[in-house]
Design a protein around this ligand. Structure first.
Ligand SMILES: NC(=O)c1ccc[n+]([C@@H]2O[C@H](COP(=O)([O-])OP(=O)(O)OC[C@H]3O[C@@H](n4cnc5c(N)ncnc54)[C@H](OP(=O)(O)O)[C@@H]3O)[C@@H](O)[C@H]2O)c1
Length: 290
């Protein structure tokens, strides 16, 4: 049996679907038990817990052959990243107590970066889980292609999308969540010793210009991309309610300046199969649903 956290989200749902297709038993670990109903109907056991509840997480991870651990995004962490430190300690306690056969932790590209930024949250959790003796894979995907869900409405309505990734012709390692879920499910069903890092990106790197061109092709209208000037980011993020915009800004700097990159660079990363066009098409269809 495999325990899957974040199952109601993008990646966790894909992990679970792939495991079920491989005829594996799945324990759906949900925050809100009512959201587990759809998974119960697919034959999963359902267990409700918050990612910060060590006792319930221990129950969720007990007797599992493998556990998929996903920590929800926090775009506005405290300057000392106390939330990530607390989650890391909770996960370590629960995994130590439950002792599942193996763990796949969903981390990120650039988790090895030494400059503080939003992704430092994963650096902290990787370091803490790295102290455990069980087999753990740190799965580090690139920028999610699904982040372009924000672009669907402006592309459709105005033919102009905005980009924090700059310059607009710089290729960025991106990946579809379908590929992440498929690879995570494959990794969970493997056996290995100790700790390993798997870095994952799509079939080819994607520029913001290519995102605009792909939208244009799919929507049958001209679409262009504009760079959001860096000097406006802080006031923009604060106007959106963010208290501490620095980590997010530094993450974007890291992608743009190239210090958020895979440890093994493009040559060493595993490659997914799903093309940008497929993901954008799905996002457009989803947006059009009433
Ligand atoms: N976006 C990117 O480009 C990128 C790149 C690399 C890595 N990542 C990492 O990918 C992860 C996000 O993956 P995703 O897009 O699949 O997430 P998502 O779709 O936003 O789903 C988040 C999941 O976490 C659950 N959740 C939220 N708060 C919780 C809590 N307090 N306790 C337990 N579960 C909780 C949600 O449940 P509910 O349905 O109940 O809300 C949902 O199942 C983050 O760790 C992020 O850092 C993202």
């Amino acid at each position: 049996m495999f325990a899957v956290t974040g199952i109601t989200g993008n990646v966790g749902g894909q992990v679970a679907r792939n495991l079920l297709t491989a005829n594996q038993r799945v324990r759906a670990v949900v925050r809100d038990i009512s959201k587990g109903e759809a998974w119960a109907q697919r034959g999963c056991d359902v267990l409700g817990t918050d990612i910060n509840d060590a006792a319930m997480l221990t129950s969720a991870f007990k007797e599992a052959e493998g556990v998929f651990v996903l920590v929800p995004s926090n775009f506005d962490p405290s300057p000392d990243f106390r939330e990530a430190r607390a989650t890391a300690a909770t996960l370590r306690t629960a995994l130590e107590a439950a002792r599942p056969g193996r763990v796949v932790y969903l981390s990120t590209i650039g988790a090895q970066a030494t400059q503080s930024n939003l992704l430092t949250q994963h650096t902290i959790i990787e370091q803490v889980l790295g102290g455990l003796s069980m087999p753990i894979t740190f799965l580090r995907p690139g920028w999610f292609m699904e982040n372009s869900s924000w672009d669907v409405a402006p592309a459709t309505q105005n033919g102009v999308i905005s980009s924090f990734l700059q310059p607009l012709d710089k290729p960025v390692p991106m990946i579809a969540t379908a590929d992440i879920g498929r690879v995570a499910a494959e990794l969970l069903q493997e056996t290995w010793k100790g700790h390993r890092v798997v870095e994952l990106e799509g079939p080819h790197r994607v520029t913001p210009n290519e995102i605009a061109d792909t939208f244009a092709g799919l929507l049958g209208r001209p679409v262009r991309v504009e760079a959001v000037p860096r000097e406006t980011w802080e006031s923009l993020f604060k106007s959106q309610g963010m208290k501490n915009a620095t980590p997010r800004i530094r993450m974007l700097d890291g992608f743009n300046e190239g210090w958020i990159e895979f440890e093994s660079a493009e040559a060493g990363s595993r490659k997914g199969k799903v093309a940008l066009e497929t993901v954008l098409q799905t996002l457009i269809i989803r947006e059009r649903k009433p």
